[in-house]
Ligand binder design. Structure first.
Ligand code: GLN
Ligand code: ZN
Length: 761
């Protein structure tokens, strides 16, 4: 009975790769230094898996930046603007594609399926020339082999690679990316041949797009690609790995009839329905890689349950053809629980990070082979039982309140236009009101104050007075700039989710539970382990303090339930929507306390609402329904005169515009400046939108200062499509990553542009 790991985190248990990369980029260390860190990380990962007893250990899942970019390098598909002249692609071309350089911008980055990982989007066209230009897969295989470890090299499959690409600039949008299959397959063949020559007996192709909604043409591309590769596969075992969702029945049929393929991998955590497909028919003589250990969460596996699933699958695939695996690459979970010093033993016993999951996979494989480690299984069962019955997990009052929400509507009683009228009577704002999204620059001094307060190096009084001083500075700046609706600047917050999680019950925080987001960037999601409640007000003190400093309206600033949910590791013992409803009830209390404290404008950020959209279209409606419902729950109880804002960090919401309208916020501010046309086209196409709307007028991700003319031009474009009385003027997102030297002139120009246009109305 065998064990397999789909892929492993690259960053290292203490983000060693991050620091090595950033030091190299800053010119503080050499390429050799970087390579040394990378080599050490790879060898320790391989050794760890080998010592744990894993039979199929992946290689080539390491990357300096991204596995899709690695594939672009392998295929030599470097966009022209990087002036690559051929030969093996080196670090400088590689990092220029990833991050841009002094003269050329980076390639686009986008989310990897529904994870928080971002990949570099290949730019392809009819004139792209493909050559075998990175031998990384082969050299990693050989590197492991030299350590005495025979690995399974992993490649991004050719069809998924093309389906994840976009037409290069100047290439028609209608260009068929799949028409390039014939050009890239010869390179795949070369790679396979070289791996075989180096001694590889297994190769894994990741083809996760197979779980998406594919049309017949796309499915046919899989059949023809693997038929073409079949000759190169002789003498090899080939595994096609899928993950992240159920695989549609049609795609399952295509997958299990691909030529030359001997093994299929499935995500049985997110793809519970795939189990039925497997049970109803599985090709004889093929290997089944059963992904029963969750690669996207931090919970210890319920080993008894997995073992029984696996036992039932033995009858389907045959005892010698069933391989225990992870549901997807472990790069989407935290690295090693051993480094957690902040978590208590009880919570720790409920968790498994990547290093622990490797051990779980192997323990399951051994149990199937009749060598069950009884003590290990017993300890796991005890931990599962303690999690189920722990009073820290269950709060009956919360459960009852959340259960009562299902099926009802929760909507403010009046229409948005009548509310806007009532609010305007009280707020008395000028036409085209100006505002910002929440945070102001976070200076090193501010970070120091927060750090020292956390470490109890400064007293509560000292902390409060430092933060008050910062708020008063931010208020003064906004008054001087003549902004209409103010913010307090969020100086007390490190992170928009962590700040709330730390004050809610049911949340735990790790010291090193980092997950790669893109390149060297990692996030450390909170862990939601129990029923969520709000013991005390979380933001009222600061909002009241800020409001007391100005006569202008001060926005209360909250993170919405869907965003808190989507940016956390969530419970797997209840549906996501139940956890979301619980968070919504906690935020609702905060909203009501803010209102009672005299705050008239409350912004509830839902930066990540779209991120949670399921991969399959058939599941969108259900998700959007409970997500939007959760948002409405937070503010359905406020008076008409209280203005509810929300903010979103993306503009591609054309497909979910009706859900956004259904959120029933009074004002929505959204990212827009990087894709003007896309956003406004929704309204041009006649979508009726009655609420206030502030499409960002400049990009806060860039240090560039927009001119007054440029902003005025943008606002005028918006006015061409949107009613004057609903338009707001604001930046794209929060200002916390910018410097005051950038923020002040940019906001000055934003206000001047607005005033100029007001005179022209
Ligand atoms: N209010 C938050 C801020 O301004 C919103 C951040 C976000 O949208 N990601 O920082
Ligand atoms: Zn934002």
């Amino acid at each position: 009975m065998a064990s397999h790991i789909v892929g492993y985190p690259r960053m290292g248990p203490k983000r060693e790769l991050k620091f090595a990369l950033e030091s190299f980029w800053d010119g503080k260390s050499s390429a050799e230094d970087l390579e040394k860190v990378a080599t050490d990380l790879r060898s320790s990962i391989w050794k760890q898996m080998s010592e744990a007893g894993i039979k199929y250990i992946p290689s080539n899942t390491f990357s300096y930046y991204d596995q899709v970019l690695d594939t672009t390098a392998m295929l030599g598909a470097v966009p022209e603007r990087y002036s690559w002249t051929g030969g093996e692609i080196g670090l400088s071309t590689y990092f220029s594609m990833a991050r841009g350089n002094a003269t050329v911008p980076a390639m686009e980055m986008t989310k990897w399926f529904d994870t928080n990982y971002h990949f570099i989007v290949p730019e392809l066209g009819p004139s792209t020339k493909f050559t075998y230009a990175s031998h990384k897969a082969v050299s990693e295989y050989k590197e492991a082999k030299a350590l005495g470890i025979d690995t399974v090299p992993v490649l991004v499959g050719p069809v998924s690679y093309l389906l994840l690409s976009k037409p290069a600039k100047g290439v028609e949008k209608s260009f068929s990316l799949l028409s390039l299959l014939g050009s890239i397959l010869p390179i795949y063949k070369e790679v396979v041949a070289e791996l075989k020559a180096a001694g590889a007996s297994w190769i894994q192709f990741d083809e996760p797009t197979l779980v998406k909604d594919l049309d017949a043409h796309e499915l046919a591309a899989f059949s023809s690609a693997y038929a073409e590769l079949e000759s190169a596969f002789s003498g090899l075992n080939v595994l096609i790995e899928t993950y992240f969702a159920d695989i549609p029945a049609e795609s399952y049929k295509t997958l299990t009839s691909l030529s030359g393929v001997t093994a299929y991998g499935f995500d049985l955590i997110r793809g519970a329905k795939t189990l039925d497909l497997i049970r109803s028919s599985f090709p004889s003589g093929k290997y089944l890689f059963a992904g029963v250990v969750d690669g996207r969460n931090i919970w210890a596996d319920d080993l008894a349950a997995s073992l029984s699933t696996l036992q039932s699958l033995e009858a389907v695939a045959g005892k010698d053809k069933l391989v225990v695996s992870t549901s997807c690459s472990l790069m989407h979970t935290a690295v090693d629980l051993v480094n957690e010093t902040k978590l208590d033993d009880e919570i720790k016993s409920w968790l498994a990070f990547a290093a622990q999951k490797v051990v779980e996979v192997n323990a399951l494989a051994k149990a199937l082979a009749g060598q069950k480690d009884e003590a290990y299984f017993a300890a796991n069962a005890a931990a599962q039982a303690s999690r189920r019955s722990s009073p820290r997990v269950t709060n009956e009052e919360v459960q009852k309140a959340a259960a009562a929400l299902k099926g009802s509507d929760h909507r403010r009683a009046t229409t948005v236009s009548s509310r806007l009228d009532a609010q305007q009577k009280k707020l008395n704002l000028p036409v085209l009101p100006t505002t910002t999204i929440g945070s102001f620059p976070q200076t090193p001094e501010l970070r120091r104050v927060r750090r020292e307060y956390k470490a109890k190096k400064i007293s509560e009084e000292e902390y409060i007075s430092a933060i008050k001083e910062e708020i008063s500075k931010v208020v003064k700046i906004q008054e001087e700039l003549d902004i209409d609706v103010l913010v307090h600047g969020e100086p007390e917050r490190n992170d928009m989710v962590e700040y709330f999680g730390e004050q809610l019950s049911g949340f735990a925080f790790t010291a090193n539970g980092w997950v790669q987001s893109y390149g060297s960037r990692c996030v450390k999601p909170p862990i939601i382990y129990g029923d969520v409640s709000r013991p005390n007000p979380m933001t009222v003190f600061w909002s009241k303090t800020a409001q007391s400093m100005t006569a202008r309206p001060m926005k209360g600033m909250l993170t919405g339930p869907v965003t808190i949910l989507n940016w956390s590791f969530v419970r797997n013992d209840q549906p996501r929507f139940e956890t979301c409803y619980q968070i919504a009830l906690a935020i609702k209390k905060e909203v009501e306390d803010l209102e009672a404290a005299g705050i008239q404008v409350i912004q509830i950020d839902e930066a990540a609402l779209r991120e949670g959209l399921p991969l399959r279209k058939s599941e969108h409606a259900f998700y959007l329904d409970w997500a939007v419902h959760s948002f409405r729950i937070t503010n359905c109880g406020v008076q008409d005169t209280t203005q509810i804002h929300t903010h979103m960090c993306y503009s591609n919401f054309n497909d979910i515009i009706h859900s956004i309208i259904d959120m029933d916020a009074d004002v929505i501010t959204i990212e827009n400046s990087r894709s003007d046309e896309k956003l406004l086209s929704v309204f041009r196409e006649g979508v009726k939108y009655g609420a206030g709307i502030g499409p960002g007028v400049y990009d806060i991700h860039s240090p560039r200062i927009p001119t007054t003319e440029e902003i005025a031009d943008r606002v005028n474009k918006m006015l061409a499509v949107l009613d004057t009385n609903i338009l707001w003027v604001n930046p794209d997102c929060g200002l916390k990553t910018r410097k005051y030297t950038e923020v002040k002139p940019a906001l000055t120009n934003m206000v001047s542009a607005t005033k100029l246009i007001r005179t022209q109305l």
